[in-house]
Design a protein around this ligand. Structure first.
Ligand SMILES: CC(=O)SCCNC(=O)CCNC(=O)[C@H](O)C(C)(C)COP(=O)(O)OP(=O)(O)OC[C@H]1O[C@@H](n2cnc3c(N)ncnc32)[C@H](O)[C@@H]1OP(=O)(O)O
Length: 151
C-alpha cells in the first residue's frame, strides 16, 4: 500500500486525532523493523524488534468498518510474529470502545495508562491505555470470518 493511501485511510478513520501524513508513512516504511499489513479498505502498521512487537496504527475505512477487516488485520499481524517475539503491545484511547473491544477479543489486557493524554475538541480528555499480550497466547478460537476482498 502506498504512503498516500495510508494517509488517506488514516485521515478518514481517525476523526479526533491528528492525521499522519504521507511523508510520515513514507519515513516509517524505510525502517526495516516496520511492516504494513494491508487490505483494500484498511491497514495495520507494526514495528517488531528486541522481542516486542508494537501496533503503531490500525485504520479501517469508515464505510467498511464492522465487516471483520480490523480483526483480520490484527490476526495477520499476530500470526506473522517470529517465535522470539515475546509480547505484542499497542496504545489506545480510553474513549475508543470499538478498538478496546477488538483488542480485548484478542486477549490484550491493560498494562499501563497515561492519564488525560488525548484532548478532545469538546474539552474532554481521554487516557492513553497501553495494552499487552503474550505472542504465544494464540487467538482462543477468534474467528475472522470471510474476507471478500484483500490486497
Ligand atoms: C493502536 C491503534 O491504532 S488504536 C486505534 C484503532 N483505530 C481506530 O480507532 C480508527 C477508527 N476505527 C477503525 O478503523 C475500526 O473501527 C477498528 C480498527 C477499531 C476496528 O475495525 P473493524 O474492521 O471495524 O472491526 P471488526 O469488524 O473487525 O470488528 C472486530 C471486533 O472489534 C470490536 N468492534 C468493532 N467495531 C465495534 C463497534 N462499533 N462497537 C463495539 N465494538 C466494536 C468488536 O469486538 C468486534 O468483534 P464482534 O464483531 O465479534 O463484536
Amino acid at each position: 500500500m502506498t504512503p498516500a493511501r495510508m494517509a488517506q485511510l488514516h485521515r478518514a478513520a481517525f476523526l479526533r486525532e491528528r492525521p499522519w501524513s504521507a511523508e510520515e508513512f513514507s519515513e516509517l516504511a524505510k525502517n526495516r523493523f516496520v511492516r504494513c499489513f494491508d487490505h483494500a479498505s484498511g491497514f495495520a502498521l507494526t514495528r517488531t524488534l528486541a522481542g516486542e512487537s508494537e501496533l503503531l496504527t490500525l485504520a479501517v475505512d469508515p464505510g467498511h468498518q464492522g465487516k471483520g477487516i480490523g480483526q483480520q488485520l490484527l490476526k495477520n499481524w499476530l500470526d506473522s510474529l517470529p517465535t522470539d517475539a515475546e509480547t505484542a503491545f499497542l496504545e489506545v484511547a480510553s474513549d475508543n470502545q470499538p478498538a478496546i473491544n477488538l483488542y480485548q477479543k484478542f486477549k490484550f489486557i491493560e498494562a499501563g495508562r497515561r492519564a488525560a493524554y488525548y484532548s478532545r475538541s469538546n474539552g474532554t480528555k481521554a487516557d492513553a491505555i497501553v495494552m499487552r499480550r503474550a505472542v504465544t497466547l494464540g487467538h482462543g478460537g477468534v474467528s475472522h470470518g470471510k474476507m471478500p476482498e484483500s490486497g
